[in-house]
Design a protein around this ligand. Structure first.
Ligand SMILES: Cc1cc2nc3c(=O)[nH]c(=O)nc-3n(C[C@H](O)[C@H](O)[C@H](O)COP(=O)(O)OP(=O)(O)OC[C@H]3O[C@@H](n4cnc5c(N)ncnc54)[C@H](O)[C@@H]3O)c2cc1C
Length: 440
């Protein structure tokens, strides 16, 4: 086998970013990718002419976003869609009360004001919270201080439960109090009508990627790193391992000697989530056309509460909803048809006069994917925000972990993946490299 300067494990956005930068600096770099495609959790399906992003869809705020800068430079069309981050009101949303009736404008305004009140109070409460506090603990504390009646309190409580599930794919009791610290959205959110995977394709341009190379073992010592695949062993002076934390925790890929602290400690506290997309295509658009999303309240909407209107994007009446947290676990043994019935059925109550069944259902199964093992990582109770950066602490100066879970500022995103790949490349090189060289 050839000897390389650096081996990159994984051709997702973080691995491709690292490889592209290192190659640009004249390093002999190879990317070993387990799947038969690049992109990892950025994956666009183009079956039957539809462009469907099965993994990431959004840039959650384009202001100062390196992903937006890269997408612009690569000529990727972007469409504004500013409710991706479970925001209560940045764009029109149709809210429906527990009885299934649409809330009036005034009721909606009051509910959103209540959410904003709790959000404001949470800043101080989270800052003062105990190390083992959950997001449930801090929101309950904020709610208890308001003196609201039970009904009003419950409507806001369930909003925060759903935010935890939809943003991080985790039950509110399992998410650390600081688990949503990064939730601020700066500027418009956008999606990609031509597919997010163009970003991966452009980053991979000219990069040496070897597909269907499943790395089983990574050995490191002072001299360098060896990656063992079914086909053989690859040697290099350094390596960047970008596989999701779920793959690292599974033992399917072993690292020896074992990862030291603080890397090992951080890895033990971050956990892959339960978060799947459900695309519902209908013969007609029976829902309100002037809103970005539909959002239902109350006990009947525990699992299925938010539907995002992709009609303009897909050119056919389409709603996207998420099976997140408990729902993400609950659908694992259900067929796509059963998930579709469960996810679309509640709309019958919201639109009794117009509802029709979906004609096509698509459900993602990231949890069952051995090279993902979930959609992205969340901070379990007991973890700290520093765990993200700690996970990327260089090991023996030859081994670097990168990927969405290793970036503190905006973890669980494409931005985090891109930035962590850039940081890993800089550490391998031992010097500053402008991130802009990724798309220059
Ligand atoms: C359903 C869903 C929705 C999302 N929505 C958004 C969103 O709207 N906006 C956003 O910013 N982010 C979103 N994300 C998160 C975003 O997709 C990820 O944070 C990002 O793509 C992760 O990139 P990465 O390079 O860190 O990891 P990955 O993309 O997972 O890349 C790691 C690579 O390693 C490979 N690999 C794994 N094991 C091995 C092995 N043993 N040997 C060799 N290769 C291996 C994998 O196949 C993969 O290609 C979403 C993710 C999902 C799944």
């Amino acid at each position: 086998m050839d000897r390389f300067d650096t081996i990159i494990v994984g051709a997702g956005i973080s691995g491709l970013a690292a490889a592209r930068l290192l190659r640009g600096e004249g390093r002999r770099t190879v990317v070993l990718e387990a799947r038969d495609r690049i992109g990892g959790r950025v994956h666009t399906d183009r079956t039957d002419g539809w462009v469907t992003d099965l993994g990431a869809s959004w840039i959650h705020g384009i202001t100062d976003s390196p992903v937006a800068a890269a997408a612009t430079a690569f000529g990727m069309p972007m469409r504004e869609f500013t409710v991706g981050g479970y925001q209560p009101d940045s764009r029109p949303i149709a809210y429906f009360g527990p009885d299934g009736a649409r809330l009036s404008a005034e009721e909606t305004r009051r509910h959103i004001a209540d959410i904003r009140r709790i959000d404001a109070d949470l800043v101080g409460i989270i800052a003062r919270s105990e190390p083992r506090a959950s997001y449930r603990d801090v929101t309950d504390q904020a709610l208890a201080a308001q003196g609201w009646d039970a009904e009003r309190t419950q409507r806001v409580r369930e909003y925060f439960e759903h935010r935890s599930e939809e943003q991080y794919g985790a039950r509110i009791d399992d998410l650390a109090a600081h688990g949503l610290d990064d939730d601020a959205i700066e500027g418009d959110e956008v999606v990609f009508p031509g597919g997010y995977d163009v970003l991966a394709q452009r980053l991979a341009d000219g990069v040496d990627v070897r597909l269907e190379e499943v790395v089983r073992e990574v050995h490191w010592n002072g001299d360098g790193v060896t990656a063992v695949t079914d086909a053989g062993a690859w040697h290099a002076r350094s390596a960047v391992v970008t596989v999701p934390v779920g793959v690292l925790a599974s033992g399917d890929l072993t690292i020896s000697p074992a990862l030291p602290d603080p890397v090992a400690g951080a890895l033990s506290r971050l956990r892959m989530n339960a978060f799947e997309k459900v695309f519902l295509r209908f013969p007609v658009r029976f829902w309100d056309a002037d809103v970005y999303a539909l959002r239902a309240q109350g006990p009947a909407a525990q699992w299925w509460h938010s539907w995002y209107d992709l009609t303009d994007l897909h050119g056919e009446p389409t709603l996207l909803t998420f099976a997140a947290g408990p729902a993400g676990v609950g659908i694992r043994d259900l067929s796509d048809r059963e998930v579709g019935e469960a996810a679309a059925g509640p709309l019958r109550r919201l639109y009794p006069g117009g509802y029709v069944d979906p004609i096509h259902v698509r459900v993602t199964r990231w949890w069952a994917d051995p090279f993902a093992r979930g959609s992205y990582a969340y901070m379990r109770v007991g973890s700290t925000t520093a765990d993200h950066d700690d996970l990327a602490t260089p090991v023996g100066d030859v081994l670097h972990l990168a990927g969405e879970a290793t970036w503190t500022d905006d973890p669980a995103t494409v931005t985090a993946a891109l930035c962590s790949g850039h940081r890993a490349a800089e550490r391998v090189l031992g010097r500053f490299v402008p991130i802009e060289s990724l798309w220059a």
